[in-house]
Write a protein that binds this ligand. Structure first.
Ligand SMILES: [Zn+2]
Length: 147
């Protein structure tokens, strides 16, 4: 890839500058967290907590109302809940925190995780849809650049 320079690259480095192929396209985790459009980077991916509009209000990219990620969106919260249950059981087994602490920790954490899981799944659907519209998958263009 970029040899020793790439190995020492900070996680805070703006990858869009280093990779001209994906210029302007925010990473998936950021797009899901902040609702960034994969086409223009505007905060237009979600109009609600996890509700997706048909198109980007800024660049007009077709989101399909999040339908491409709906199948994944059904499994995202299940996976997140399974992970949280395992962590909760381990925490209770090892530390046995008081009930008020459990409520304070798990109620907001569970809600945030479920919402983020749905947003992540829907954003992944839009990314896959955008990649198929261009005709190349982001991984493919990455390989082309290396050769
Ligand atoms: Zn856009």
């Amino acid at each position: 890839m970029y040899g020793a320079v790439g190995a020492h690259r900070s996680p805070h480095t703006d990858l869009a500058k280093a990779d001209p192929v994906e210029k302007g396209q925010p990473p998936l985790w950021r797009a899901a967290l902040f609702g960034l459009c994969p086409g223009c980077g505007a905060r237009s991916l979600f109009e609600d907590l996890a509700q997706m509009p048909q198109n980007c209000a800024t660049c007009g990219l077709d989101f399909g109302g999040g339908s491409a990620g709906n199948r994944r969106a059904a499994f995202g919260p299940l996976l997140a809940a399974a992970v949280l249950i395992v962590i909760a059981l381990l925490l209770d087994l090892l530390w046995q925190p008081p009930l008020w602490f459990q409520l304070l920790l798990w109620v907001p954490l569970t809600m945030a995780s479920i919402i983020y899981a749905v947003r992540l799944a829907r954003a992944a659907g839009v990314y896959a849809r955008a990649a198929s519209m261009v005709g190349t998958h982001p991984k493919d263009s990455e390989n082309d650049q290396d050769s």
